[in-house]
Structure formats: C-alpha cells, structure tokens
Design a protein around this ligand. Structure first.
Ligand code: ASN
Ligand code: ZN
Ligand code: CA
Length: 329
C-alpha cells in the first residue's frame, strides 16, 4: 500500500473548523503534511519525540480540551499556516529554508503555561487547568519564527538583540495570523489574545502600545538592553505597528488601536505587507547575533531602499516609525 496526502478536517480550539493536510496510510490517517510538518502527543511527559497523532476518520478534535486531539489540531494548523506564509509570502522554504517541516509536540507536562522552540522542534503546554493549550496561531507562529531567526540573523537572547529577537517572533506571529484571518481568529496586533494567559481575557502583548502590558517599553532607551527580551521587544513591536498602520487611532478587523509616537510626530502607515517584507529582508540579510536597535534602523532603511527605492512611501514610513520609537538617525 502507498501513503497518500489527503485533506482532513480539524475542529480546532482557537481557529474554528480548519483544513489540514494529512497522510492516509491504509485505513488510518496521520497528523502530518506533505512538507513533513507533523504533530505528536507527549501525554504529559517532558521528553522524547511523543506519539504521532493518528485517526480513523480524518476528522480531528472537537474544538475543546476534552479531546486530546484538539491541541494537536491547533499546533498542526499553526505549523502548516506558518510554513505556507514563509513559503508563499516571503519565499522562504520553512525554518531551515530547505523545504522540510518541523515536529510539534503537544500535552507537555502538567498545566504547563508556556510554549517553546528548542532548536529543532516546537513544544506546547496545556496551560492553566490543562484547559488552555498554548497553541493559538499567533503563539505557534511566534515560536516557529524563533527557528527562522536562529537560522538567519542568529540574534542572541539578551541586550538589544534579545528584544529584536522577541519582536521578530511577535511580528511574524502576527503576520501569519493576518495571513490566515478567519471569523474565529481575526488578524490583530495583539499577541496571545486567544489563550487567556492572564485569566481575565487580556492578551499577553499589545503592538500598538506595548506598555499596556505593564512591563514592555513603547520607546527605545539606553536601558532597553537591560530588560527581559519579552519587554525590550516593545519598541520594535511598536515600530512594526506604526510603520504598518501609522500613528493615532485606528480600527482594523474590528479591533481598535491607539498608537502614540515617542517624538510627537503624526504620520500614515505604509501597509503591513511591505513592512513584513522589509523586516524579513533586514533579518535575513542585514542583522547579526549582536545587532542593536540602531543596526535595525539602518538595516531596515537599506532594505526598504533595495525593495522599494529611496524616497518611496515605504522607506519614509520605516524611517519615521524608527524616529517615533526614539531610535535616532
Ligand atoms: N514562549 C517563550 C518565548 O517564545 C519561551 C521563552 O521564554 N523563550 O519567548
Ligand atoms: Zn519568544
Ligand atoms: Ca493575535
């Protein structure tokens, strides 16, 4: 018998009913796509590769944590959509740019409230009460983007570079969410709005005004380098929002934002799609492991010139947005 790639149906926790690419092997299906992205069940363990999810009817999960397949559906959907985004939008064939997918492991530990990339694979905890797996699309794409950063600029996880590293994951986590926007999970400039990690319905991070989380910076300072990367990411997240959407109040996909500038300027955005391409070019051709916010500014402006020309609206927005987060020329 031959294995065959087919289309399956997933009842996800956070993204509604989704299409998955699965492998049919005789009369069972595997949670695996044609690139080799696949998802395994750790069953509460914390080591090993886990057990590949299989199914008898190619309809996966029930949209709730009462089915152990459900977290697998969201993780696999995240891997497939993230692969598709990098491949189709940025021309990168996956994390390693060699056409191969990655393993995702779910049900890590007991009530583990985190998800992580470890250099080879994705791992997801089940969240508080084992009922809120950390598998929303923005979080999954965030974690996989750590793999992309590791295989491009190689930004270290401390100093200014640590903040650039974390923000890069938030930027592409958000880009993948917009790329796959549906009624269950609309594209937004919030991180982790579906996983209720704070227990009160608030998201983990806000790109329009990062300080709304109570810890992240809106504006770069000489002290940014001393913060945890999840807070020194604030200025670059703010830059991405400002360059894309512009300063001030705006509603996108029904979500309202109000983004202040650090220098009192007002300016329009140039659209997310250009800013994503500019930032990916910066990450993959301009930055190194110890790059600073100043290097990010210079690299992004050079990338915008290369992609869109000097004096282009895209270049102007990138420049104004860096000045607006207090990274000087
Ligand atoms: N989920 C966290 C992150 O991607 C894990 C970590 O602290 N590295 O940033
Ligand atoms: Zn991260
Ligand atoms: Ca989001």
């Amino acid at each position: 018998s031959f294995d065959e790639i087919v289309e399956g149906t997933g009842n996800s926790m956070y993204s509604g009913k989704v299409t998955l690419n699965t492998v049919q092997s005789g009369s069972t299906w595997q949670l695996k796509d044609s690139r080799g992205n696949y998802t395994t069940d750790l069953g509460g363990g914390t080591s090993g590769n886990g057990t590949l999810f299989t199914d008898a009817d190619n309809i996966w999960g029930n949209g709730s944590s009462t089915s152990r397949q459900t977290a697998g559906v969201d993780a696999q959907y995240g891997a497939e959509r993230t692969y598709a985004y990098y491949n189709n939008v940025l021309g990168r064939a996956g994390i390693w740019n060699n056409g191969t997918g990655a393993r995702s492991r779910v049900h890590y530990g007991n009530a583990y409230v985190n998800a992580f990339w470890d250099g080879t694979q994705m791992t997801y905890g089940d969240g508080s009460g084992n009922t809120h797996p950390l598998t929303s699309l923005d979080v999954a794409a965030h974690e996989m983007s750590h793999g992309v950063t590791e295989n491009t600029a190689g930004l270290q996880y401390s100093g200014d570079a640590g903040g650039l590293n974390e923000a890069t994951s938030d930027i592409f986590g958000t880009a993948v969410e917009f790329y796959s926007s549906n009624s269950a999970d609309v594209g937004d400039y919030l991180i982790g709005e579906k996983i209720d990690i704070n227990g009160n319905g608030t998201p983990l991070r806000y790109m329009d005004k990062p300080s709304k989380d109570g810890r992240s910076q809106d504006c770069w300072t000489t002290g940014t380098k001393n913060l945890d990367p999840h807070y020194s990411s604030g200025p670059l997240n703010h830059w991405f929002y400002l360059a894309s959407e512009g300063s001030g109040a705006k509603t996108v996909n029904g979500v309202s934002y109000n983004s202040p500038t650090c220098n009192g300027t007002s300016f329009p955005g140039t659209g997310r799609s250009a800013v994503e391409k500019i930032w990916y070019r910066t990450l993959s051709t301009k930055l190194t492991s110890t790059s600073t916010y100043a290097a990010a500014r210079n690299g992004a402006i050079t990338s915008a010139v290369e992609l869109y020309g000097s004096g282009s609206a895209q270049c102007t927005a990138v420049e104004k947005a860096f000045s607006a987060i207090s990274v000087p020329a």
